[in-house]
Design a protein around this ligand. Structure first.
Ligand code: MN
Length: 238
Protein backbone atom coordinates (compact mmCIF):
# COMPACT_ATOMS: atom_id res chain seq x y z
CA UNK A 1 0.00 0.00 0.00
CA UNK A 2 1.20 3.49 -0.75
CA UNK A 3 1.85 6.07 1.96
CA UNK A 4 -1.21 8.28 2.41
CA UNK A 5 0.95 11.32 3.19
CA UNK A 6 4.44 12.33 2.14
CA UNK A 7 6.81 10.35 4.38
CA UNK A 8 8.51 12.60 6.98
CA UNK A 9 12.24 13.05 6.42
CA UNK A 10 14.45 10.73 8.49
CA UNK A 11 16.59 12.86 10.83
CA UNK A 12 20.30 12.25 10.18
CA UNK A 13 23.61 13.34 11.71
CA UNK A 14 26.81 13.49 9.63
CA UNK A 15 29.73 11.25 10.60
CA UNK A 16 33.27 12.52 10.10
CA UNK A 17 36.76 11.18 10.70
CA UNK A 18 39.32 12.95 12.92
CA UNK A 19 40.66 14.68 9.82
CA UNK A 20 37.18 15.89 8.85
CA UNK A 21 36.60 13.39 6.07
CA UNK A 22 32.88 12.68 5.50
CA UNK A 23 32.20 9.04 6.40
CA UNK A 24 28.43 8.99 5.89
CA UNK A 25 25.24 9.83 7.77
CA UNK A 26 23.77 8.38 10.98
CA UNK A 27 19.96 7.96 10.83
CA UNK A 28 18.39 8.83 14.19
CA UNK A 29 15.78 6.54 15.77
CA UNK A 30 15.34 7.91 19.31
CA UNK A 31 16.99 10.46 21.60
CA UNK A 32 17.33 9.40 25.22
CA UNK A 33 18.58 11.97 27.73
CA UNK A 34 20.02 11.63 31.23
CA UNK A 35 19.31 14.20 33.95
CA UNK A 36 21.51 14.98 36.97
CA UNK A 37 24.54 12.97 35.83
CA UNK A 38 27.15 15.42 37.17
CA UNK A 39 27.09 16.17 40.91
CA UNK A 40 28.03 19.84 40.41
CA UNK A 41 25.06 20.38 38.06
CA UNK A 42 22.66 18.46 40.35
CA UNK A 43 23.66 20.81 43.18
CA UNK A 44 23.29 23.98 41.08
CA UNK A 45 19.72 22.83 40.25
CA UNK A 46 18.96 22.44 43.96
CA UNK A 47 18.96 18.61 43.90
CA UNK A 48 20.94 16.34 46.19
CA UNK A 49 24.07 14.78 44.68
CA UNK A 50 24.96 11.23 45.70
CA UNK A 51 28.03 10.97 47.92
CA UNK A 52 29.09 7.63 46.42
CA UNK A 53 28.21 5.12 43.69
CA UNK A 54 26.34 3.05 46.26
CA UNK A 55 24.05 6.02 47.01
CA UNK A 56 23.32 7.08 43.44
CA UNK A 57 19.94 5.32 43.16
CA UNK A 58 18.58 5.26 39.59
CA UNK A 59 19.26 7.77 36.80
CA UNK A 60 16.75 10.41 35.68
CA UNK A 61 15.73 9.75 32.05
CA UNK A 62 13.67 11.76 29.57
CA UNK A 63 13.40 11.84 25.77
CA UNK A 64 13.44 14.25 22.87
CA UNK A 65 11.86 13.52 19.48
CA UNK A 66 14.32 12.33 16.82
CA UNK A 67 13.56 15.34 14.65
CA UNK A 68 14.73 17.70 17.41
CA UNK A 69 18.28 17.23 16.08
CA UNK A 70 19.89 20.32 14.53
CA UNK A 71 23.00 19.88 12.40
CA UNK A 72 23.03 23.06 10.33
CA UNK A 73 24.83 25.36 12.79
CA UNK A 74 21.79 27.50 13.68
CA UNK A 75 18.96 26.83 16.14
CA UNK A 76 15.93 29.10 16.47
CA UNK A 77 15.13 30.69 19.85
CA UNK A 78 12.03 28.62 20.71
CA UNK A 79 8.55 29.96 21.49
CA UNK A 80 6.96 29.70 24.92
CA UNK A 81 9.99 30.61 27.02
CA UNK A 82 11.87 33.62 28.37
CA UNK A 83 14.69 31.48 29.83
CA UNK A 84 16.32 29.19 27.26
CA UNK A 85 19.33 27.40 28.82
CA UNK A 86 22.34 25.64 27.33
CA UNK A 87 23.42 22.21 28.62
CA UNK A 88 26.51 20.87 26.82
CA UNK A 89 26.56 17.06 26.78
CA UNK A 90 28.44 14.05 25.46
CA UNK A 91 26.23 12.25 22.92
CA UNK A 92 26.49 8.48 22.44
CA UNK A 93 25.39 7.00 19.08
CA UNK A 94 24.44 3.30 19.03
CA UNK A 95 25.46 1.27 16.02
CA UNK A 96 23.98 -2.08 17.05
CA UNK A 97 20.73 -3.35 18.54
CA UNK A 98 20.96 -4.53 22.14
CA UNK A 99 20.25 -8.24 22.66
CA UNK A 100 16.93 -9.17 24.29
CA UNK A 101 16.77 -8.58 28.04
CA UNK A 102 18.95 -6.49 30.31
CA UNK A 103 22.28 -5.42 28.80
CA UNK A 104 25.23 -6.19 31.08
CA UNK A 105 27.50 -3.16 31.65
CA UNK A 106 30.50 -5.15 30.37
CA UNK A 107 28.68 -5.78 27.06
CA UNK A 108 27.38 -2.23 26.62
CA UNK A 109 30.33 -0.48 24.99
CA UNK A 110 30.24 -2.90 22.04
CA UNK A 111 26.95 -1.24 20.96
CA UNK A 112 28.53 2.22 20.68
CA UNK A 113 29.32 3.37 17.15
CA UNK A 114 30.35 6.99 17.67
CA UNK A 115 30.32 10.02 19.94
CA UNK A 116 29.27 13.62 19.45
CA UNK A 117 28.82 16.83 21.41
CA UNK A 118 25.27 18.09 21.82
CA UNK A 119 23.28 20.87 23.44
CA UNK A 120 20.29 19.76 25.51
CA UNK A 121 18.47 23.07 25.01
CA UNK A 122 16.03 23.59 27.88
CA UNK A 123 13.11 25.94 28.49
CA UNK A 124 14.22 26.37 32.12
CA UNK A 125 11.21 28.45 33.16
CA UNK A 126 8.81 25.76 31.94
CA UNK A 127 10.93 23.04 33.60
CA UNK A 128 10.88 24.89 36.93
CA UNK A 129 7.10 25.25 36.72
CA UNK A 130 6.69 21.54 35.88
CA UNK A 131 8.96 20.51 38.76
CA UNK A 132 7.02 22.71 41.19
CA UNK A 133 3.77 21.00 40.20
CA UNK A 134 5.22 17.48 39.90
CA UNK A 135 4.40 17.47 36.17
CA UNK A 136 6.40 15.91 33.26
CA UNK A 137 9.31 17.82 31.68
CA UNK A 138 8.29 17.24 28.04
CA UNK A 139 7.47 20.83 27.08
CA UNK A 140 10.71 22.02 28.72
CA UNK A 141 12.94 19.51 26.96
CA UNK A 142 11.36 17.87 23.90
CA UNK A 143 10.64 20.88 21.68
CA UNK A 144 11.49 21.54 18.03
CA UNK A 145 15.23 22.07 17.37
CA UNK A 146 16.06 21.34 21.02
CA UNK A 147 18.99 19.03 20.22
CA UNK A 148 21.82 20.71 18.26
CA UNK A 149 24.54 18.12 17.67
CA UNK A 150 28.02 18.02 16.17
CA UNK A 151 29.15 15.62 13.50
CA UNK A 152 29.74 12.20 15.05
CA UNK A 153 33.26 10.78 15.47
CA UNK A 154 33.69 6.98 15.44
CA UNK A 155 34.26 5.63 18.95
CA UNK A 156 37.66 4.16 18.07
CA UNK A 157 38.94 7.70 17.42
CA UNK A 158 37.74 8.96 20.82
CA UNK A 159 39.51 6.34 22.94
CA UNK A 160 39.26 6.46 26.74
CA UNK A 161 36.31 8.71 27.60
CA UNK A 162 37.19 9.19 31.27
CA UNK A 163 40.31 11.18 30.34
CA UNK A 164 38.37 13.55 28.04
CA UNK A 165 37.06 17.02 28.87
CA UNK A 166 33.68 18.37 27.77
CA UNK A 167 33.32 22.14 27.52
CA UNK A 168 31.14 24.97 26.19
CA UNK A 169 32.01 28.52 25.19
CA UNK A 170 29.32 31.13 24.52
CA UNK A 171 30.49 34.18 22.56
CA UNK A 172 34.09 33.17 23.32
CA UNK A 173 33.63 32.91 27.11
CA UNK A 174 33.82 29.53 28.82
CA UNK A 175 30.51 28.63 30.50
CA UNK A 176 30.86 24.89 31.22
CA UNK A 177 33.81 22.49 31.54
CA UNK A 178 34.26 19.09 33.17
CA UNK A 179 36.24 15.91 32.86
CA UNK A 180 34.08 12.95 31.87
CA UNK A 181 35.52 11.09 34.87
CA UNK A 182 32.97 13.16 36.85
CA UNK A 183 29.96 11.37 35.33
CA UNK A 184 27.88 9.76 38.10
CA UNK A 185 26.77 7.05 35.64
CA UNK A 186 29.25 6.33 32.84
CA UNK A 187 28.22 5.22 29.35
CA UNK A 188 28.18 1.49 30.20
CA UNK A 189 26.13 2.17 33.36
CA UNK A 190 23.60 4.29 31.45
CA UNK A 191 23.12 1.78 28.62
CA UNK A 192 22.65 -0.93 31.28
CA UNK A 193 20.03 1.17 33.09
CA UNK A 194 18.24 2.18 29.85
CA UNK A 195 18.05 -1.47 28.76
CA UNK A 196 15.94 -2.22 31.86
CA UNK A 197 13.32 0.20 30.48
CA UNK A 198 13.64 0.26 26.67
CA UNK A 199 14.79 -1.92 23.76
CA UNK A 200 17.96 -0.10 22.63
CA UNK A 201 18.48 -0.09 18.87
CA UNK A 202 20.97 1.05 16.26
CA UNK A 203 20.14 4.68 15.52
CA UNK A 204 19.53 5.63 19.15
CA UNK A 205 21.32 8.68 20.59
CA UNK A 206 21.93 9.19 24.30
CA UNK A 207 22.58 12.68 25.72
CA UNK A 208 24.65 11.90 28.81
CA UNK A 209 23.87 14.89 31.04
CA UNK A 210 25.54 18.23 31.67
CA UNK A 211 28.11 19.58 34.16
CA UNK A 212 27.64 22.81 36.15
CA UNK A 213 27.49 26.22 34.53
CA UNK A 214 24.15 26.11 32.73
CA UNK A 215 22.84 29.58 31.92
CA UNK A 216 20.57 31.55 29.65
CA UNK A 217 21.05 32.02 25.90
CA UNK A 218 19.88 34.97 23.81
CA UNK A 219 19.29 35.29 20.06
CA UNK A 220 22.64 35.95 18.39
CA UNK A 221 24.67 33.91 20.89
CA UNK A 222 27.40 31.71 19.40
CA UNK A 223 27.88 28.37 21.17
CA UNK A 224 30.96 26.20 20.71
CA UNK A 225 30.87 22.85 22.49
CA UNK A 226 33.96 20.65 22.50
CA UNK A 227 35.24 17.26 23.50
CA UNK A 228 38.93 18.18 23.84
CA UNK A 229 40.21 18.93 20.33
CA UNK A 230 38.42 15.89 18.90
CA UNK A 231 34.84 17.05 18.38
CA UNK A 232 33.38 20.55 18.02
CA UNK A 233 29.75 21.68 17.89
CA UNK A 234 29.07 25.16 16.57
CA UNK A 235 25.56 26.52 16.98
CA UNK A 236 24.23 30.07 16.77
CA UNK A 237 20.90 30.91 18.39
CA UNK A 238 18.82 32.85 15.85
MN1 MN B 1 20.60 17.76 30.08
Amino acid sequence: MADVITAPAQPRVPVRSRTGEALGEFPVRRIYCVGRNFADHAREMGAAAPASKAERGTPVFFMKPADAVVTGGEAPYPPGTADLHHEVELVVALGHDAPAGVLAPEDAMALVYAYGVGLDLTRRDLQAAAKAKGLPWDIAKGFDASAPISALLPAADVGDLASRTLSLEVNGTQRQSSGLDMLIWDVADILHELSKLYALRAGDLVFMGTPAGVAALQPGDDCVGRLDDLIALRCRIV
